[in-house]
Design a protein around this ligand. Structure first.
Ligand SMILES: Cc1ncc(COP(=O)(O)O)c(C=O)c1O
Length: 338
């Protein structure tokens, strides 16, 4: 089987695994209070140009989103605005709602939020008969594999400032968002434009783990309490520091994102050359071709992927995901099958 179902099922990139093995028998303090987490935090602050940011390491995306947004949504009636395709709306089992906060879902044509969409929500939430939107959730790249440009992110920041909102960015696939064609964001833009964001490790070469970066001073207090209360303060916290040091240390992180994107680009070009269309324009490592049902039924016998909910009488959309470990041979083999 050719595996194009997701970008997290492989273990760790060998350089990350080597770093884990090399430090395996060391004894350090736990819960993130070890020299590896300290060094990885320093590296992140340097690379992102945010010397005063707090960096915390957590184990997964849902946990990071829930914990970070708990710091944003300080009062019971505050809510968070997200695209209705946003990960917190569709794939986190109501984790935000379980904290007692509503998500204001916004329909979007492509999974990306705009200031206009946010302001449309605010117009309808002006008094105490509604929840009070206080935070914006976006991911870069999005669930639809698209990215925000710098101008788009600046526009969201300006909208947040104008309306007293906080901006949170889920960077589960930040490595891919930064290295695809058309991306004009750099590491430094994230702390410049967001109140908090996370650097995804799970989908970008780590065995597991995400680095949460808190930029806004008001959100910093008690974050370790919030993490611990949600079961996120890992006793073997060193494992996260070791991995992020290996990933961020010598440019590996962006190299892995660029590889995943390159594999998707070859795949998308080959599929387009065969005359098939995409339901969302390919941009990063998640691509969504619309294939004849007869072909799709054959493909699924030899390729692992997910279907995407766009279906016509004759065609079915599918989601193909490349990763840091996808090989060009696998991509060519799939094109051959098609
Ligand atoms: C954009 C995004 N955010 C968060 C998550 C949640 O990650 P986890 O499955 O580790 O909770 C995912 C996972 O698919 C994701 O794609």
């Amino acid at each position: 089987m050719i595996f194009l179902k997701n970008d997290y099922s492989l273990g760790a990139h060998p350089k990350v695994m080597d770093a884990l093995v090399e430090t395996n028998m060391e004894l350090t303090d736990g819960y993130g209070e070890d020299p590896y987490c300290a060094k990885a935090g320093e590296l992140i602050r340097d690379l992102f140009g945010c010397p005063d940011a707090d960096v915390h390491f957590l184990t997964g995306g849902t946990q990071t989103n829930q914990t970070a947004l708990a710091a944003f949504l300080l009062r019971p009636h505050w809510s968070v605005i997200s695209a209705d395709t946003g990960h917190i709306c569709v794939h986190e089992t109501g984790a935000i709602e379980a904290t007692g906060h509503k998500i204001n879902h916004v329909a979007t044509p492509d999974g990306k939020l705009t200031p206009r969409m946010i302001e449309d929500v605010l117009i309808f939430h002006e008094d105490e008969h509604y929840v009070l939107p206080k935070a914006i959730y976006i991911s870069n790249s999005t669930e639809t594999g698209l990215i925000y440009t710098k101008d788009e992110l600046i526009a969201l920041r300006e909208c947040c400032d104008k309306n007293g909102l906080l901006l949170y960015l889920d960077g589960a696939r930040m490595a891919m968002a930064l290295t695809c064609g058309g991306s004009d964001l750099t590491y430094e833009d994230f702390p410049e434009l967001c109140d908090a964001f996370y650097i995804g490790g799970t989908k970008c070469g780590a065995l597991f783990g995400e680095a949460l970066v808190i930029v806004n001073d008001e959100l910093k207090p008690d974050m370790r309490f919030l993490i611990k209360q949600r079961g996120g303060l890992l006793a073997k916290g060193r494992l996260l520091g070791v991995q992020f040091q290996a990933l961020m240390g010598d440019g590996l992180y962006l190299e892995l994102g660029a590889h995943a994107n390159r594999m998707a680009e070859i795949l998308a070009k080959g599929i387009a050359e065969k005359g098939y269309e995409f339901v969302i324009p390919p941009q990063t490592n998640l691509i969504f071709p619309l294939l004849p049902k007869t072909l799709e039924e054959e493909l699924r016998k030899k390729v692992m992927y997910e279907t995407w909910p766009v279906v016509t009488e004759t065609h079915q959309a599918i989601r193909l995901v490349t990763s840091w470990g996808t090989t060009e041979e696998e991509v060519r083999a799939l094109l051959e099958l098609i």
